[in-house]
Ligand binder design. Structure first.
Ligand code: SAM
Length: 300
């Protein structure tokens, strides 16, 4: 039992716990972030009422410790996010990538679109994508009307298009917040009033994502460290997640993303992240300060 005094974390214990976290979720704590790891470990140890880090490690690797391991990982994630994050990149997404993809799909009479927000945090990223894609599909249908009459009231996604946005994270608590889809005035600051009017309801001091938008987004738990990840995506957004992994884990993740994408699919990574030097399997697109990567198809 805890004696009240926080025990010292030895170098050997730190290395053990660091390796366990890496093995579990790919997060790598280098010199710059080691104090953060130490601090979170101290907190969890205290919460569990344990008096040695080695004892805590033993708990984490035991069958009964699975829940605590998930809680520790949750405590180690950085969940910073915002609506319309990296505007230049979203312009590239909407004006060039979606345009190309919708045109290509229309020619093949394939009207399905599947986008995955991997590491979605509290939902601002997938909801931003839902709003942008809904607008793009309506505009696309205006220019290329489909012969059959549109049902009334007009659905957010015009038929025959079918939009599916999968949003995943390793933290259950951010997934719960995302599913609620309720945001404060401060969180709404990047959302202009046109989007607020069309896609949000007001509930007291909060803005709540409309049901029709929520229906486009499906939230689920996925650990990017595992091999089993969602397949057949047209576009993957994985922004500000890879930066917490080391190079080996980043390479593994990019390989997995390659397999999770449809041919000629796209990846968007964070402003401070890049695929350059990590893979030859994606081609970089750059426009007005926005960057995306397109899957390269190998021709035999
Ligand atoms: C900084 S947030 C980025 C949110 C959003 N993509 C954005 O750019 O605004 C990083 C998210 O990645 C999640 N994450 C970290 N490691 C993960 C893993 N191994 N599998 C799935 N999600 C992970 C965290 O829980 C966190 O919510």
């Amino acid at each position: 039992m805890s004696t009240g005094e926080a025990p010292a974390l030895t170098d050997a214990e730190l290395r053990l716990l660091q390796a366990l976290v890496y093995q579990e979720c790919g997060m790598h704590f280098d010199e710059r972030r080691i104090t953060f790891l130490q601090d979170r470990l101290q907190r969890r140890l205290k919460e569990c009422g344990l008096d040695s880090f080695y004892g805590y490690y033993r708990l984490l690797i035991s069958q009964q410790g699975k829940q605590e391991l998930a809680r520790l990982v949750e405590n180690l994630t950085v969940n910073e996010t915002s609506f319309f994050r990296n505007k230049a990149q979203l312009d590239l997404f909407q004006n060039e990538v979606l345009e190309e993809l919708l045109g290509r799909k229309r020619e093949r009479r394939d009207h399905s679109l599947r986008i995955w927000s991997a590491g979605c945090s509290s939902g601002q990223e997938p909801y931003t994508l839902a709003m942008l894609v809904a607008d793009s599909l309506s505009y696309h249908n205006l220019r290329h009307p489909f012969p059959s009459p549109s049902p009334l009231p007009k659905p957010l996604v015009p038929p025959p298009w079918h939009l599916e946005i999968l949003a995943s994270d390793i933290s259950y608590s951010v997934l719960r917040t995302a599913e609620e889809g309720s945001y404060t005035e401060a969180q709404m600051s990047p959302v202009d009033y046109g989007f607020r009017l069309r896609y949000f309801d007001k509930a007291g001091a909060h803005y709540v994502i409309k049901k029709t938008v929520k229906e486009l987004v499906h939230f689920d738990f996925h650990n990017l460290k595992t091999e089993y990840l969602p397949q057949r995506n047209d576009i993957i957004f994985c922004r500000n997640v890879m930066m917490y992994f080391d190079e080996a884990e980043q390479r593994r993740l990019i390989e997995k993303f390659y397999r999770c994408l449809n041919p000629n699919g796209y990846i968007f990574v964070g402003h401070a992240e890049s695929l350059l030097g990590l893979t030859q399997k994606f081609q970089m697109l750059h426009s007005n300060s926005g960057t995306a990567y397109r899957r390269v198809e190998v021709t035999m």
